[in-house]
Structures are given as structure tokens and as C-alpha cells.
Write a protein that binds this ligand. Structure first.
Ligand code: SF4
Length: 80
């Protein structure tokens, strides 16, 4: 029996005050973002890693989506 010993890491997701409310992240990753009063919010602050969140962060015109490793705090999204 082959055992995968690497535990799934968790990511911490946050939308900063730079959000302009364009809705791109909601369309790209609606499971993780929603608009509240015209601005995006992460539905959950900690998530299982998912490429859709990275895609949303990369597409955000305001670079307002921060994704970090929940354990180490290391940035997951590329810095602009
Ligand atoms: S893509 Fe960026 S600017 Fe647009 S709603 Fe999402 S976080 Fe805000």
C-alpha cells in the first residue's frame, strides 16, 4: 500500500481594501468569493488549495487578493 504522506496544506485568503468591485474574482472562483455591498469578500478565510483562487488573484486588476500558506504565512500568489 503506497501512502501519500504529504498533508494537504491550507491557504488563507483575503481581499484587501484595494478591491474595486469589478466582480472578476466572483466569476472566476464563485465558490470562494462573493460581492458584499459592491466589494469582494472571501467566503472563507481558510481554504483547501485550489487553482481557481490563484487564477482569480492573477486576474484581479487591483491585485487585491492575497493568498498565503496558512501554516507558514508564505505568499502563494505572485507579487506584482
Ligand atoms: S477581481 Fe479584484 S477588484 Fe475585482 S471584485 Fe475581485 S478582488 Fe475586487
Amino acid at each position: 500500500m503506497s501512502a501519500e504522506t504529504s498533508l494537504p496544506r491550507r491557504w488563507r485568503v483575503r481581499v484587501t481594501e484595494n478591491c474595486a468591485g469589478c466582480g472578476t474574482c466572483v466569476m472566476t472562483a464563485h465558490r470562494y468569493f462573493h460581492l458584499v455591498d459592491g466589494y469582494s469578500q472571501a467566503r472563507n478565510s481558510e481554504i483547501e488549495p485550489d487553482d481557481a483562487v490563484i487564477a482569480a488573484a492573477e486576474l484581479c486588476p487591483m491585485t487585491a487578493i492575497e493568498v498565503v500558506d496558512a501554516d507558514t504565512g508564505a505568499e502563494v500568489t505572485p507579487t506584482p
